[in-house]
Ligand binder design. Structure first.
Ligand code: FAD
Length: 297
């Protein structure tokens, strides 16, 4: 490992100043679960490590005016266990509960999970399905990027040198206003125990129904099935205004499989991953519909 300078700022301004000063040679570290592994393997060789774990402005989560604000340092475990998140943003809690194991979830942060940019991770598809955005700050600017536009390739994101992610905001799903109307979300993944123990695919689905069981909103996002999370827009559009039945669900799942952009690798060939994508989307869609109050036999 290349020797590095270790800095631990205690305010956001101090953190962004340090990042501005060191530019490309600085590496932000939060929970360290991915960054330390990559440094140990020599994949990342920073001259300066900026540990933001003690920056108070990056911590805490709160629901505020119809928006959930997750400070970058919010751990995956606290997203999994927060009853308020489970009640209103259940898809996030469900995805969080499927990340690694309790030991990793206790340290890993939501900011790290997103900025890592690994295509196989669980939180990005769930956050994108919920319409989340990231706030990126530097010493001279603050900007907001929808998470759907944040990922640019494997381990590549919209973060510029000198920027860090300070917060993720998630709009509250619209509650059902009529009897029988509801919102449901579901996250599923499929793993085969490959040598690197990463999933073949994951899928996050969010649906909103009106009182007659018609779908008024649907989002389907696939993970591990392309260089970045795949938003299956055409597949979700098939649900618009429809009362989903088994035939339609199968069509949606098939269209979502077509949208996937997987590669041949240790987790299987392309044809196999597309098939897994279809099965996962079908199951996750049925599960989301059930949670929204519409059971499809
Ligand atoms: C054994 C193991 C199993 C895992 N299994 C899963 C799994 O099943 N599902 C899953 O989704 N993930 C899994 N992961 C990945 C895990 O989710 C990530 O390692 C974790 O979320 C990263 O968060 P962190 O806070 O530890 O980030 P760090 O390791 O500190 O940082 C990761 C990257 O993000 C950058 N970064 C961190 N915070 C910020 C910020 N605020 N602003 C800008 N850049 C930042 C760092 O510079 C670094 O490039 C696993 C990891 C391990 C070690």
């Amino acid at each position: 490992m290349r020797p590095f300078e270790y800095l631990r700022p205690t305010t956001l301004a101090e953190a962004t100043d340090v990042l501005a000063e060191h530019g490309d040679d600085a590496l932000v570290i939060a929970g360290g679960t991915a960054a330390v592994v990559m440094m140990t393997l020599g994949v990342l060789r920073p001259g300066t490590v900026v540990d933001v774990g003690r920056v108070p402005e990056l911590g805490g989560s709160r629901a505020d005016g119809g928006v959930l604000r997750l400070g970058a340092l919010t751990t995956i475990r606290s997203i999994e266990r927060d009853p308020a998140i489970a009640q209103t943003y259940g898809l996030l809690a469900e995805a969080a509960s499927q990340v690694a194991n309790v030991r990793v979830r206790n340290r890993a942060t939501v900011g790290g999970s997103v900025c890592y940019g690994e295509p196989q991770t669980d939180m990005p598809p769930a956050l994108i399905a919920m319409g989340a955005s990231a706030t990126l700050v530097s010493s001279s600017s603050t900007r907001t990027v929808p998470l759907a536009d944040f990922f640019e390739g494997p381990y590549e994101t919209a973060l510029e040198p000198g920027e860090l992610l300070s917060e993720i905001t998630v709009p509250q799903p619209e509650p059902g206003s009529e009897p029988g109307a509801g919102t449901g979300g579901c996250h599923m993944k499929f793993t085969i125990g490959s040598p690197e123990n990463k999933p073949v695919a994951n899928a996050s689905v969010l649906v909103r129904l009106d009182g007659a069981g018609r779908c008024v909103e649907a989002r389907i996002v696939l993970g591990a099935l392309g260089p970045v999370p795949v938003v299956a827009v055409d597949a979700a559009a098939l649900l618009d205004g429809e009362v989903p039945d088994a035939k339609l669900i199968a069509e949606v799942a098939s269209r979502a499989g077509d949208a996937a952009d997987p590669a041949d690798d240790l987790r299987g060939p392309v044809w196999y991953k597309r098939r897994i994508a279809r099965v996962l989307v079908e199951r996750a869609l049925r599960c989301a519909l059930r949670k929204a109050g519409h059971e499809v036999p």
